[in-house]
Every structure is written in C-alpha cells, then in structure tokens.
Design a protein around this ligand. Structure first.
Ligand SMILES: Nc1ncnc2c1ncn2[C@@H]1O[C@H](COP(=O)(O)OP(=O)(O)OP(=O)(O)O)[C@@H](O)[C@H]1O
Ligand SMILES: [Mg+2]
Length: 503
C-alpha cells in the first residue's frame, strides 16, 4: 500500500468561522481501495473537513491533492468532476423530483432538440437501483421515500460518477440492519474497484468492522492515524476525547414512586397490538426490538401523534385520551423524537429560541419574552449536555450534527415532564457525550421522572434501564428486570424466539 499513489491527500487544512476554529492544520492521506474512518467528538470538525473536500467550503489555508495533482474545489460540481463524491450527513435531495431526476440532476440524458430522454433516464436509474436492491423505482417521488431510502438515492447518485474518493458522513444513522448490509456491500464493491473511502461514524462496531485505518480529530486538530487491526476502542476514544472514558454505570439506588403511566391493551391497527406496561416515577423502562417492531409508533401514540384503535392510557391512575402533541405536553408527556432533523429544529433560529420554543407561553410575561429566563435555561442545558457553540445566538443550522441533536434533547428535558420518552437518544452522538446522556437519563429518573428509552443499541438499553420491554412485530414478547436480562435472552425475545408467546 505504501508504494501506491494516494487517492487523496489533505495538507494543513485550516478553516475558521466567526468564533470557531473548526479546522486547525489537518493533514492525512487516503489510499486507493482503503476505507478510512474519520472520528472525533461532536463538533470536532469532521463534516467541515469533508465540506472543504467536497467544494462546499473553501479552506483558509492548506491544500488538497487528488492522485498527486493539487486540486482546488471551487464548487461541489468541480469536486465531483475531480472524482470526489459526497454522501451528506444532512440529505440534500429535491423532494418534488423523481428518484431518477435527483440522481442525474444537471446531467439528464437528452434526445434531439434537447428533450429529456425519459426512457433512457429511467432505464439507467433502474439499473443502479437494482444493484442496490432497493424496493422503489426510478419514477418514485423522493419526498414519498423514507429517510433510509432517500439515503439510498444519495448513494445511487454517487455510483453514477467515476469516483476516486467517496465520502460517507454518518450514513447508517437511519438505516435498518438489512439496509446496512447493502451499504457495506456497496462500500466493499467500491473498495474492490480501488476507490478511496472516507467513512464518518460514531459507531465503533462499524468502524472496527469495515475500516482499514482511523484518523482522529479533536477540537479541529488532527491527533493521529491508527491502523484499525492494531488498535482498540479504548485507544481511539482516548485520542478523541483526550482522556479515558468512565463507563461504569452511575447506579442510582432510589426508591420507585407511584405508577405515572399505565398502558392497557393498547393497539394501533397492525402497527402494534395489545400492548400493556407501566412506568413508575423514578424508573427507566427500555424498549428494545428491531427496526419496525412498533416501538416508535407506541411513543407517537402516547404523544398524541397517532390515534389508538383499542386500549387505554392512564396517567397517574386516571384514564386519559391524548388528542395532539400540544395536549400531551399539557398533560406532562414529552417525546424526544427519533427523526430529530424533521421534527425538532428550526435551523434558521438561534440555539436559545430553539431550546425554549415549546415553553414560549410559560415564559412570556405579557407581550415580552423573559430573555433572562430563556438564556438561563439554555445555559443550564448547554452545560449539562456539553453543547459546543460559541453562544446562544448561534443559528442552530451552524452547529455540528451531534450538537443539533443535543439542542433537541435539551428542549424536551427543560420542560420537566412527568413522563419523558426518548427515541434513540444517542443516535449521532459521540462516545463521550453518549455516556453523559446515559447518566443524565439515570439522574432524571432519580429526580422522580418516569422515563421510557427506545433504542436499537443493546448496550444502551442494558446500561440505562431498570426494566426492558422486548418487542417483536408489534407485540411485547417479554419484560425483563435488569437482574434477569442477558444478551442472549434479549436477542431471543426480539427475534420472536420466546417459548409460549410464539404462535
Ligand atoms: N457554517 C458554519 N458557521 C459557523 N460555525 C460552523 C459552521 N459549520 C460548522 N461550524 C462549527 O464548526 C465546528 C465543527 O463542526 P462540524 O460540523 O465539522 O463537526 P462534526 O465533527 O461533523 O460533528 P458531529 O459529530 O456532531 O457531526 C463546530 O463548532 C460547528 O459549530
Ligand atoms: Mg458532522
């Protein structure tokens, strides 16, 4: 590998924004046919570096070398022409257009008189889609696709280019396990064709499964490159956060209070059926299952986003109907949604206002918003969640992906609900902040909140939960106490292999 010409070399890249030195002299090399991980805490500079590489930002200093030729990427189109393809953390598709138009945007095949050759367009597109084994076709409107499928469209677009390097910025954040397998096949295929791949993810198990080397950024500075086969998660983490991570559970031995939420025989069509459970004050109940097991749909029903077709919801022992999210909030239920981009944030608004948005009525005294109270709330949760931003005035759209997520989490926590539901609380969050959020969840329970945590990560549910509800195909298979649960019996339960309850 060492005698080869690098696919890509970054030399002394510097990029600053007002108040932030996002990249501070970053250099590393990507070889052809190598999967190169880029890791670092939320806000370390990973996406910014890739945007410099992809022609979205111009570096203040430093240069990019592609196959030994210095390359100026004045625009994304130019980067693409030089063989740098970028699959974004935030999707960048035109929702109103078809899959085919999105993939070949700006390069639609033409017939005589400049008319679009739709037949060729659809045929070319479907050929690529077939390779990706997706369940939609070239004519589908992108806005009608799930986020995971929109991601597959971005990947399909990348495959149309003769790429030297492909950048994946947190590609698996919203993919199912089956879609991940397809993605990893695509990456293996690119690798076999000698393409250099930069892979950004906070998921260690993926990093160790598919990458050859790992480069680490900390606070915009390059801290080194490791060979994946010769390093450990601990070593990578230490390079990322500059200290050893304490993963011991912050066990809170507090008394459980009364039942805050009880659900009896709740159903919502076929999404989930006959679901019964309770959550006490002071308790964290984890919901574990495969994507599609119905966990998010239960949360949405409790938050008034879906109407149940049968069953009862009781709050503090009183049967209640929840008509809308506003109604849920008024009754003390908060939901930190899974799709935080779509449901949680106003990107053009500042950090403080995003965080205090749902409380604006409570904080507004007459015609004036109590500025000081809002800033105090923001400061409190910035410290608790370690949100990296120069100040509350920063637009949320300028924060790194993980820090945007922390704003949403802070928003719902700051409402001090009776029942807090968090759906995939640490998706896109770096390892250090992950354990901070886990501790915060335990702390909230200790303060008397009833907490539901939905997660697809087994270590996470095992770590934070007092009890774990295992779901399979819209039904509860089994509820475990933290004493009796093991990885094995949990996996069995969510796969539907569970003694008497399987038909
Ligand atoms: N357009 C911008 N204006 C101002 N600051 C910005 C802008 N883009 C990024 N930043 C800042 O630069 C820093 C690096 O952000 P970046 O998005 O590169 O982080 P990241 O490593 O990708 O983090 P994450 O894991 O959360 O996605 C952050 O402090 C961020 O707030
Ligand atoms: Mg990022």
């Amino acid at each position: 590998m060492t005698t080869q010409t690098p696919a890509l070399r970054l030399e002394g890249i510097v990029k600053t924004f007002p108040g932030v030195r996002a990249l501070d002299d970053v250099s590393f090399t990507v070889m052809p046919g190598e999967v190169h991980a880029l890791m670092g805490e939320n806000g370390a500079g990973k996406s910014t570096l890739m945007k410099v590489l992809g022609g979205i930002y111009q570096p203040d200093e430093g240069r990019i070398v592609v196959s030994e030729a210095p390359a100026v990427m004045a625009s994304p189109l130019e980067a693409k022409a030089k063989g740098i393809v970028f699959i974004h953390q935030e999707l960048s598709l035109a929702e109103e257009l078809s899959v085919a138009e999105n993939i070949y945007l700006g390069e639609l095949p033409r017939k005589r008189f400049g008319l679009v050759d739709w037949e060729t367009l659809y045929a070319q597109t479907n050929a690529i889609l077939e390779k990706l084994k997706v369940g939609f076709d070239a004519r589908t409107r992108v806005g009608d696709l799930s986020i995971a499928n929109q991601q597959m469209v971005e990947i399909a677009r990348a495959l149309t280019v003769d790429a030297k390097a492909v950048i994946f910025d947190e590609p698996t954040a919203s993919l199912t396990d089956a879609e991940k397998v397809v993605l990893f096949d695509v990456i293996a295929d690119l690798k076999a064709h000698g393409v250099g791949i930069i892979y950004i993810s906070h998921r260690m198990e993926e990093i160790f499964k598919i990458t050859d080397r790992i480069s680490v950024l900390r606070d915009g500075q390059y801290t080194g490159t490791l060979t994946t086969a010769e390093t450990t998660e601990d070593e990578v983490t230490q390079m990322m956060i500059g200290r050893k991570l304490d993963l011991s559970r912050n066990v809170s031995h507090h008394e459980l209070g009364d039942v805050a939420l009880e659900v009896r025989g709740l159903s919502c069509g076929h999404l989930f059926e006959d679901v019964s459970f309770e959550v006490r004050r002071g308790e964290v109940v984890g919901f574990y299952g495969l994507v599609g097991a119905g966990r998010t749909e239960i949360a949405e029903t409790l938050f008034g986003l879906r109407e149940p077709s049968a069953g009862k919801i009781l709050l503090d022992g009183v049967e209640t109907r929840i008509h809308s999210p506003a109604d849920a909030i008024a009754k003390g239920i908060s939901l930190v949604p899974e799709d935080r981009k779509g449901q949680g944030l106003v990107l053009g608004m500042n950090c403080r206002d995003n965080m205090t948005l749902p409380q604006i009525d409570a904080l507004t005294a007459g015609p004036f918003v109590a500025d000081g109270a809002e800033i105090a709330i923001f400061d409190q949760y910035r410290d608790k969640l370690d949100i990296r931003t120069p100040g509350w005035k920063q637009l949320v759209g300028n924060l790194s992906g993980g820090n945007q997520q922390k704003i949403v989490i802070g928003k719902w926590l700051s409402m001090r609900p009776n029942v807090l539901i968090v759906d995939e609380p640490t998706r896109g969050i770096d390892v250090g902040s992950k354990s901070e959020i886990h501790n915060l969840i335990r702390e909230l329970a200790a303060q008397g909140y009833a907490v539901i945590v939905i997660s697809s990560e087994m270590p996470e549910v095992l770590h934070v939960s007092d009890r774990i509800v295992a779901m399979y195909h819209g039904r509860i298979m089994r509820t475990f106490t933290s004493d009796e649960v093991t990885e094995d019996n949990l996996i069995q339960a969510i796969s539907g292999i569970n003694g008497e309850k399987v038909a």
